[in-house]
Design a protein around this ligand. Structure first.
Ligand SMILES: C[S@@+](CC[C@H](N)C(=O)[O-])C[C@H]1O[C@@H](n2cnc3c(N)ncnc32)[C@H](O)[C@@H]1O
Length: 243
């Protein structure tokens, strides 16, 4: 029996997409809801060259190409690019799919107008040196925009990874930060100007809603984490900066 996904009204662009298609591409929480919200802080225009970094099974790249008419490169480590390419062909969008490790990207400097990363940057982007590396691929004036699992308080300030979070994701939660952590971490370098760094007010509720409908193998433990959290700590951060 397929699970139902009721799409919230606050994501009108995503609501046009078939829920079963979205859930078939599930690798983590509500990528298109995150991207639709993040895109409000971006100024994407047709013809721009955009890197979707950690693009997974490709729903976000389809959305970028269709909704904004941008020219997308979908780069991911775990997903076979042939599988992503089949999704793009089926969706009727021209998106280049490549396998790439986020620290060894096969691009020229200044190659992109925007780099977008949905629920992926936390896997590779928290090291102090990473911003200097990734912004090398942005044109001057280009934008870096991420949606990443976030905390309402820093784990450093809490003194530990809360038990309900540790039970689900273990040590990996050390990469989950507040929006202000991201703002400072990027702004202090002088490499970019941070134009938005916000926590999603509906992030926890969206995440739980998606997890309940989703099909990923770890969903029960994600649901348990979110239910125990009650929205007190967990949400998503949406961070955008201009080079
Ligand atoms: C939770 S999935 C999200 C995928 C997709 N953005 C979405 O929201 O559906 C995280 C993605 O990050 C990618 N990833 C993790 N570490 C990476 C790395 N070092 N380089 C490139 N991609 C990486 C994985 O391949 C995976 O597809």
């Amino acid at each position: 029996m397929p699970r139902q996904l009721h799409q919230p009204d606050r994501y009108p662009l995503t609501s046009k997409y078939d829920a079963a298609w979205l859930l078939d591409l599930d690798m983590g929480p509500n990528p298109l809801w995150l991207l639709e919200d993040l895109a409000r802080d971006l100024a994407l225009k047709p013809g721009m060259r955009v890197l979707d970094l950690g693009s997974g099974r490709g729903a976000t790249s389809v959305f970028l190409a269709r909704e904004f008419g941008v020219d997308v490169v979908a780069a991911d480590l775990w997903v076979d690019p042939a599988q992503a390419a089949a999704t793009f062909a089926q969706a009727g969008v021209q998106v280049e799919a490549i396998r790439a490790e986020a620290h060894a990207l096969p691009f020229e400097a200044n190659a992109f107008d925007a780099i977008v990363s949905i629920d992926a940057y936390e896997y590779f982007g928290t090291a102090d040196s990473y911003l200097a590396y990734i912004t090398r691929f942005l044109k001057p004036g280009g934008r870096l925009a991420i949606a990443t699992p976030a905390m309402r308080q820093e784990i450093r300030d809490l003194g530990e990874i809360p038990a309900h979070i540790k039970a689900c994701v273990g040590w990996e939660a050390v990469a989950w930060h507040t929006a202000e952590w991201w703002r400072f971490h990027w702004a202090i370098t002088g490499l970019v100007t941070v134009t938005a760094a916000r926590l999603q007010e509906t992030g926890w509720a969206d995440w739980l809603h998606w997890a309940r409908a989703g099909r990923s193998p770890g969903r029960d433990s994600v649901i348990a984490m979110l239910e125990a959290d009650r929205g007190e700590l967990l949400t998503f951060a949406l961070v955008t900066a201009i080079k």
